[in-house]
Design a protein around this ligand. Structure first.
Ligand code: ATP
Ligand code: LTN
Length: 322
């Protein structure tokens, strides 16, 4: 079973990234798992060269601190492996303009920016290239990436039909709870690095005091009833999902343990702080030796290149380039 997933080095990872993706990566890692810091994707939005360089390293440290072990899985930076950009071009010749304009993430982000980079439109093709280059069977991601994964499957099938069996068609996989963590101030929107307000998103490196403050101020409702009900009580349901993801209880079981929102929120804050503090401590250690971190990521890229070179070659041959 080959697992592949990616995360953008644009800003500090938040609770949505952690529960929707990183935590399940850690649980599913083995010698067949590839996890990628997708720096080329971060260039679709405004980012300074200094920020990109630093955030790439910080995210690598955050992933290792969260439990990814570079001795077990393959952890690497996308731009260190040239086949991603090369495969992207081959697949841009298979994807269609119309299907890219229908991507919800594109419509969302394009509406918020004045000058749009062409890469904001074509970025799901690069994501398909990332995944297909590793003969991936399973892609663990948050719920917001489902549409991009469907496009990846579509591109793979179209390529296979046109040029002969070349790619493995991957499956989408999301965690059982908290696959879509919502903004703490607006539970109708997903928690997002680029859109959420400071109170709306909880970063995995937030201090204990900030975590307590953000959970306390999280929007709930006024009926005061502890009940798991996404339709009528999305703010509370979101917090129950977060509690459930960090404990071994279902959201309904968690709801039954408390009678008052205030008590529930204090315990939730304590649980988050207890779960994140070892990650924060390991992160500080790792960032203390940047050369070693760079070294680890370069080694990951060498391992990733061996697999992706062969798949790229197969695709290039199928298209008539070799
Ligand atoms: P933005 O919201 O600015 O587009 P992002 O946080 O969605 O950024 P990534 O860093 O690339 O973008 O996401 C990495 C992983 O985190 C993906 O698997 C994505 O599905 C997951 N993820 C992102 N936001 C959430 C969320 N609110 N809930 C659950 N999973 C999420
Ligand atoms: N598009 C994703 C990040 C991403 C990804 C990938 C996820 C890029 N390449 C490959 C899984 C597999 C996002 O914005 N969250």
């Amino acid at each position: 079973m080959r697992i592949f997933s990616g995360i953008q080095p644009s800003g500090t990872p938040h609770l949505g990234n952690y529960l929707g993706a990183i935590k399940s990566w850690v649980e599913s890692q083995d010698s067949g798992a590839f996890f990628c810091v997708v720096d080329l994707h971060s260039l679709t939005l405004d980012i300074t060269p200094e920020d990109l360089r630093l955030q790439r390293l910080e995210l690598s440290a955050a992933l290792i601190a969260s439990g990814l072990d570079p001795e077990v899985c393959t952890l690497f930076v996308q731009s260190h492996v040239p086949y991603h950009a090369q495969m992207n071009w081959l697949l841009e010749c298979v994807a269609s303009y119309g299907e890219l304009t229908r991507m919800v993430a594109f419509k969302d982000k394009a509406a918020r920016q004045e000058a749009q980079r062409a890469s904001l439109l074509t970025y799901p093709v690069l994501m398909a290239a990332d995944i297909l280059l590793y003969d991936t069977n399973k892609v663990p991601v948050g719920d917001d990436q489902k549409q991009h994964l469907e496009l990846t499957r579509e591109i793979a099938e179209r390529f296979n039909n046109r040029y002969g069996q070349t790619f493995t068609v991957p499956e989408f996989s999301k965690p059982p709870v908290a696959a879509r963590v919502m903004d703490l101030q607006d539970p109708t929107r997903k928690m997002s690095k680029s859109v959420s307000s400071p109170l709306g998103k909880l970063d995995i490196f937030d201090s204990a005091a900030d975590i307590e403050k953000k959970i306390k101020k999280a929007v709930t409702d006024t009926d005061g009833e502890m009940r798991y009900d996404w339709e009528n009580k999305p703010g509370l349901a979101n917090l129950l999902d977060v509690y459930s993801a960090f404990s071994s209880e279902s959201p309904e079981q968690v709801a039954a343990k408390f009678t008052r929102y205030g008590d529930f929120k204090s315990e939730l804050a304590a649980l988050i702080i207890e779960s994140l503090s070892p990650i924060q401590a390991r992160y500080t250690d790792l960032m203390g030796d940047r050369a070693e971190l760079e070294n680890l990521m370069r080694k990951g890229a060498q391992k990733a290149s061996v697999v992706s070179a062969a798949v790229y070659d197969r695709a290039a041959t199928a298209m008539g380039l070799n």
